[in-house]
Design a protein around this ligand. Structure first.
Ligand SMILES: *Cc1c(COP(=O)(O)O)cnc(C)c1O
Length: 233
């Protein structure tokens, strides 16, 4: 495969085309800025990008302090430890990686009312028995009810990181299972509108399978400054 064009405008155009082919409104773009310096985020923000995703709470907080003059939207997309719930409730707009009930009350209790509800996606371990991130598909319903019962949290949908199988058609299977889970959740909860799946090398396929938000790092920023696998805890 020849390398796809990079750059913010090129990615937005590819998202728009894929969404149009799928017959849906354009999926939104989360710029995944883990390991990227604050200056790289500032440069992308100057091109109109508002939503940024970080995997590590401490790394995100340092960048947020450097970029406090910008009105950005921050998503935590990495695994969340219970001792970090307070920082997430205080400093993030979205949590995409909720995967267990224990965190729900901690987050809700610490969310300052002035910030409005924390937007929450439930991360689903859709196809990777070995991965410890994400809840089992069968656990989504109960966890969703817990989130929906907290006024300080707003249940928005689901997130998944399917195994990066070389065969894209096999990735499609995981994406389609997520789409089915998402439609079932949406039928039960008003306000569920976000299916977060698709990364640099498969976001067009994810959009074809119903993704409403894609999380893109490498194709926007170039290769990450240091090795940092997506699943690192
Ligand atoms: C790193 C990461 C991404 C972005 O990956 P790229 O392949 O660089 O686009 C998306 N989602 C999660 C959860 C990640 O950790």
């Amino acid at each position: 495969m020849s390398p796809a064009p990079t750059g913010h405008a090129a990615i937005l155009a590819r998202i728009a085309r894929a969404s149009e082919r799928a017959g849906r409104a354009p999926a939104s773009l989360l710029a995944v800025s883990k390991t990227q310096p604050a200056a790289a985020i500032r440069a992308l923000a100057a091109q109109g990008q508002r939503a940024f995703g970080e995997n590590y709470v401490q790394e995100a907080l340092a960048k947020q302090r450097e970029l406090a003059d910008l009105a950005l939207e921050w998503h935590l997309i990495g695994p969340l430890q219970s001792n970090k719930c307070r920082e997430v409730a205080l400093h993030f707009d979205w949590l995409q990686s909720l995967d267990r009930a224990k965190l729900v009350a901690l987050l809700a209790r610490q969310r300052p009312p002035a910030r409005g509800p924390l937007n929450v996606l439930i991360q689903v371990n859709i196809d990777d028995e070995a991965s410890k991130s994400g809840c089992a598909p069968a656990a989504v319903d109960a966890l969703a009810r817990r989130v929906a019962a907290e006024p300080a949290l707003r249940l928005r949908g689901l997130m998944a990181i399917p195994q990066p199988l070389p065969d894209l058609q096999r990735r499609r299977v995981a994406f389609e299972r997520m789409q089915a889970l998402f439609e079932a959740l949406r039928a039960q909860h008003a306000g569920v509108d976000t299916l977060s799946m698709g990364m640099s090398d498969d976001f067009e396929l994810a959009i074809a399978c119903g993704a409403t938000l894609v999380r893109i790092g490498t194709a926007l920023f170039g290769a990450r400054p240091r090795a940092n696998p997506p699943r690192a805890g």
